[in-house]
Write a protein that binds this ligand. Structure first.
Ligand SMILES: [Mn+2]
Length: 267
């Protein structure tokens, strides 16, 4: 059995299938891990979700910000933005099933046997693995629960911008969600910054993976979300997988055991 970790698909279905064929992915024996943002901005969201769902236990998916955004749009919490490309999904006869499947995906996946941890965006510097797992569960429980639309309605926003054990209610869930699904730059105390994207480093901030404390140094972390990094962090044991396929660059996967990368160009 091989495990492949695949970067942000964002509806680039053809590239995903082509990439899996390139490594002779066997859906009966192998596993595919997805870093989240399966959908949005790209052209083929419906076949992407159907395919990943059809893999059943052979697929491990963590949620990204675009996946959560889709849930909010489906429930009418948000109006689609001009660049959103959910029309094929929203018109599909199996849309409800796909939504239901999606909201049951986790925010973090940890494989203790192989020592790899999968998240969409990142982890707060002060979190141990145990803390991260238990905070993720708080959000996952909400997403799987009866009142999950309430959570979606309170999910948006940049505040609070820093983790604090005393946070409660929707503020607590929002900040947890933002670390897992939107984090790029933060301070060593975990304070996040969302206005700078990609290439401009806000003053006093660093990419989150430059702040890792001792309790995270044992981890090997796989993430997506940050296309500008183009697959490079410069930090040992932190693996960036988003190489900007939806922006016309490449879709990348990594064979977990050998850490060998394979990529295909965007079509
Ligand atoms: Mn993202």
């Amino acid at each position: 059995m091989s495990i492949y970790v695949i970067g942000d698909i964002q509806g680039c279905y053809d590239e995903m299938r082509y990439l899996l064929d390139r490594v002779s992915f066997d859906p009966v024996k192998d596993q595919a891990w997805f870093v989240g943002d399966l959908i949005n901005r790209g052209p083929k969201n419906l076949p992407t979700l159907r395919f990943v769902k059809s893999l059943g236990r052979r697929a491990v998916v963590v949620l990204g910000n675009h996946d959560l955004h889709f849930l909010a749009i489906y429930h009418g919490i948000r109006r689609p933005m001009r660049k959103d490309t959910f029309d094929d999904l929203l018109a599909a006869s199996d849309c409800e099933e796909l939504v239901d499947w999606l909201r049951h995906r986790p925010l973090i996946h940890h494989d203790s046997k192989r020592n790899y941890t999968l998240v969409h965006a990142g982890l707060a510097p002060q979190w141990s693995l145990k803390t991260a797992m238990s905070l993720a569960r708080e959000v996952e429980k909400k997403l799987c629960g009866k009142h999950y639309v309430d959570f979606l309605a309170h999910m948006y926003g940049d505040e609070p911008d820093c983790w604090n054990d005393d946070l409660e209610g929707f503020d607590r869930l929002r900040v947890i969600t933002n670390y897992f699904t939107r984090l790029r730059y933060c301070k060593s105390n975990g304070r996040m910054e969302f206005t700078h994207k990609e290439n401009i480093v806000p003053k006093g901030y660093q990419p989150w993976f430059r702040h890792r404390r001792s309790k995270q140094r044992e981890l090997r972390i796989l993430f997506g979300h940050w296309a500008y990094l183009n697959g490079k962090t410069g930090v040992k044991d932190v693996f960036a997988l988003d190489t900007g396929c939806v922006w016309g660059r490449r879709l990348t996967l990594m064979h977990l055991k050998t850490q060998k990368r394979t990529s295909v160009p965007s079509q």
